[in-house]
Design a protein around this ligand. Structure first.
Ligand code: HEC
Ligand code: HEC
Length: 366
């Protein structure tokens, strides 16, 4: 705004000066008995008027024409907790990429509307939204956020025994957490999800995991997690929303969930990350009951482990896991299905105590 105003004032000054000087020249010429040519000053005056009009037009133009887009700086500093990107910056990206990032964010928040059982684009997921597990569109500290996705993929993952791209990792959640069908890698939906992950990762150096990324790792308990104690916690602190039968509550539009299911046919399947106790406990500790954050958790670590044991003891969709973990020594301590590289029983791989399994893993690696 500043520059046009200065230009306008200068133009008016030129106009004024022109009038005054023309008048002075005329008086001098008349005194000298010379004739005065009116054309040159008239032209100068018109030119000045035209410039003034242009500047006024310029000032009336939308702000976005006048101001350069703000720099795409991340709010992330290496020693502080990653707190997500300023979403108002999306509208300054411009062009096709802006549309993709915006659509990607929308797909995370309202997955079922587009891709759920009655999705308007396709029908290939269980009705949950990515955001049900990746809170605040994947931007909440310790809320299973996506801050480390762009900086760490492609990466080798033991579950598939292969190097996974962002596309493959997103489709993992489609097939497991959303108990659905993978998206075509060239679809507009997949390109939008990838564009959103890239945008969220702005400013994070390759290979770096910001503080607060993903889920918190809770300390192992010395005992096994206890589903009976977990049930009492569930009834007291979870059932009001997720319901005693774990089926959750549909939103008024009938398409998404107000309170997503925790088990049963519409929930994540046995191949999903949350089916592992450490992932579930890490999620719940800093994010549930709804509204808590890592700064004001409600559950103790023990309560988080126990409620995880209760929820993950209930019925949920099956999945063929025979191709998973091709290297059995690479299984995480809480992967609940054998065969295992150690001789510890399966039930301990499900409920713990996990300390001895971690020790056995270390010994095998040596
Ligand atoms: C039922 C819960 C749930 C739902 C729904 C879900 N995810 Fe996930 N997602 C997880 C868990 C758990 C992890 C693993 C976190 C970990 O191991 O730290 C994960 C991991 C990811 C990762 C890798 C993160 C990283 O830093 O390595 C991506 C990418 C991802 N999900 C994308 C999606 C997308 C896209 C959707 C929706 C189409 C979705 N997820 C839906 C639970 C879910
Ligand atoms: C006040 C209502 C409320 C309470 C109480 C509550 N939740 Fe949730 N929960 C939600 C909502 C809403 C979401 C989805 C969040 C979103 O989409 O932003 C959710 C999501 C979840 C998810 C991930 C999505 C899924 O369905 O798998 C898990 C796991 C979960 N809650 C577990 C729990 C546990 C365990 C408790 C009790 C300790 C609990 N919740 C208490 C409202 C609640």
């Amino acid at each position: 705004m500043f520059v046009p105003v200065v230009l306008l004032i200068m133009a008016l000054l030129v106009l004024l000066w022109q009038g005054v000087s023309d008048q002075a020249v005329r008086v001098l010429k008349e005194r000298a008995g010379l004739s005065h040519d009116e054309r040159a000053p008239r032209f100068a005056r018109r030119a000045t008027l035209a410039i003034t009009a242009l500047i006024l037009l310029f000032m009336g133009a939308p702000r976005s024409w006048l101001e350069p887009p703000p720099p795409m700086v991340a709010t992330y500093m290496a020693d502080s907790l990653w707190a997500g990107m300023d979403t108002t910056l999306i509208e300054h990206i411009g062009g096709e990429r802006e549309d993709l990032v915006q659509y990607g964010r929308e797909l995370i928040r309202n997955t079922a509307f587009y891709l759920g059982p009655e999705g308007i684009v396709a029908q290939q997921t269980n009705g949950m939204n990515c955001q049900n597990c990746h809170l605040d569109a994947g931007a909440k500290p310790w809320g299973n956020n996506y801050s480390a996705v762009w900086s760490t993929y492609p990466k080798f993952r033991e579950r598939s025994g292969a190097t996974e791209t962002v596309v493959k990792r997103i489709n993992d959640c489609f097939e497991r957490s959303l108990n659905g069908v993978a998206l075509d890698s060239t679809s507009r939906e997949m390109r939008a999800l990838v564009a959103y992950m890239e945008w969220l990762g702005t400013g994070i150096d390759a290979g770096k995991k910001p503080k607060g990324s993903g889920l918190a790792e809770l300390k192992f308990m010395d005992r096994a997690a206890d589903p009976i104690h977990g049930q009492a916690i569930y009834t007291a602190k979870c059932a009001s929303c997720h319901k005693e039968d774990g089926a959750g509550v549909k939103a008024a539009n009938g398409l998404t969930y107000q309170y997503p299911p925790l088990w049963g046919e519409h929930s994540y399947n046995i191949g999903a990350g949350l089916y592992r106790l450490s992932r579930f406990a890490g999620y719940v500790k800093n994010n549930m009951p709804q509204g808590v954050t890592w700064e004001n958790p409600q559950l103790t670590d023990e309560e988080a482990w126990d409620v995880a044991a209760y929820v993950n003891s209930q019925q949920r969709p099956d999945r063929d896991l025979s191709a998973d973990w091709p290297n059995i020594a690479g299984k995480p301590v809480d992967h609940p299905f054998g065969p295992f590289a150690d001789s510890i029983p399966e039930v301990q791989h499900k409920f713990g105590p996990f300390g001895p399994i971690a020790e056995a893993k270390k010994a095998i690696r040596k």
